[in-house]
Design a binder for this molecule. Sequence first.
Ligand SMILES: Cc1cc2nc3c(=O)[nH]c(=O)nc-3n(C[C@H](O)[C@H](O)[C@H](O)COP(=O)(O)OP(=O)(O)OC[C@H]3O[C@@H](n4cnc5c(N)ncnc54)[C@H](O)[C@@H]3O)c2cc1C
Length: 475
Amino acid sequence: MKYRRIIVWFRNDLRIHDNVTLSMACEKAEEVIPVYCFDPRHFGEIDLGMEKMGNLRAKFLKESVSELRQNLQKLGADLVVLHGFPEKEIPNLAVSLQAEAIFFSEEVTDEEKQVDDALESTAWKKGIKTRSFWQHTLFHIEDLPFPIGQTPEVFTQFRKECEKFCKVRLHASTPNSINFPKIEIEKGQIPALSEFGLKEPEDTGRGVLMFKGGEQEGLRRLQTYFWNLDCLKDYKNTRNGLLGANYSSKFSPWLALGCLSPRQIYWEVKRYEKERVKNDSTYWLVFELIWRDYFRFIAKKHGNKIFQLKGIKPFADRWRRDESLFWKWANGHTGIPFVDANMRELNSTGFMSNRGRQNVASFLVNDLGIDWRWGAAYFESKLIDYDVCSNWCNWMYVAGVGNDPRENRYFNILKQGSNHDKKGDYVRHWIPELGKVPGFDIHRPFELNTSELKRYGVSLGGNYPHPIVSMKVFT
Ligand SMILES: Cc1cc2nc3c(=O)[nH]c(=O)nc-3n(C[C@H](O)[C@H](O)[C@H](O)COP(=O)(O)OP(=O)(O)OC[C@H]3O[C@@H](n4cnc5c(N)ncnc54)[C@H](O)[C@@H]3O)c2cc1C
């Protein structure tokens, strides 16, 4: 059956390439109306005075929506931008534009599912059909070798079964053109950050990359990292780095908003393996994408447990809720340089390396004993690559209430600093007030004597804080 008009509701799939929802709509309808809806529930203050979506994240989103609009215009269409609750605004738009169906990508977590359900029910009452499509993962949900309820709890088992029994599907075709109705349609403006009560972020120029939202930017990064700079062949050895654009792919912000498709990355890896080299590193990038899939399927399996204190474990409440300590952690004022450097990077750029995330998360939950959900909510606000499943499930994992088969995943911060920032360059980059402390000593200013501190221009409790916990001495 061919529809006359379909609305495609874009969510975290802000791309034209490999977009099943869009390509199915183009196939099934004479005319397609792409829509994005800025939902006020994604903004504003949450617990502890945090923003649900901070300004760096919101800026990246705005850029991605804006680029989607430009890409749709190149195909002869446009993007209708709405503000409000999608479950209300989109069916209303469908009625006013006489669209017969709404197509959208499926999400797995509660807030998003509630919106889907409400939208489906309102649309149904108005006689409008709805259809959702599975999009976010490398492996399609229908191709998994187990039902979602039996998703293996341990990553290795999940990975091995998927690798053995699933094939990554080919990408969906990119439409050559889109038939947009030739009627008067109010296109709507992309809002300014100030409309969400957010300030324009300042660019310090210190970030690992100038992250800019949008499909072309994501595809450009893929081209640069794989083909122009040939970094993929060394990925496994460099991926635990901290400084610079190319120790890891930095695909995550574009993946999170769907500006890049994981399948697009996968098939580019396969092409690279044919045309350049196939080695442990090329495999490892796909391995990491499987982690991403795993957390999405685990989130679907466990529902709201991933947001609850005990996670998927039967543990009792053993957490502290000390706001003053929490804000010292969040603001990068713990007096532990490796933690502070990472938090300062997050606060000023919206990005942090995987190694950094593991360390600061472990510090919050293990050294400070603070409720892990506060940390997850803080990351939700700040990370430009915030992905509900990857974020909350990684936090559960570090907090010991998730799927890690090992008990107590403690990261010794000084040892980690020594392994990954031996000369202290990373800390020096983010904490200039410690800049004169030489070598690895920059990781432990609290062990320097008075004359050393004076020589390096450091005043503990003055220009740099005393440590809020005593660190295990590391030699
Ligand atoms: C506490 C904590 C919170 C995190 N929150 C997020 C989040 O909100 N969004 C997010 O995308 N990642 C999150 N991660 C995972 C990981 O840190 C980032 O995906 C990675 O650092 C992004 O950098 P990259 O793209 O250069 O990664 P690369 O090393 O180049 O990896 C390639 C891709 O694999 C995926 N990937 C890699 N590691 C993981 C992982 N541990 N879990 C899930 N996917 C992974 C990402 O999509 C990444 O872009 C979190 C990790 C921790 C420990």
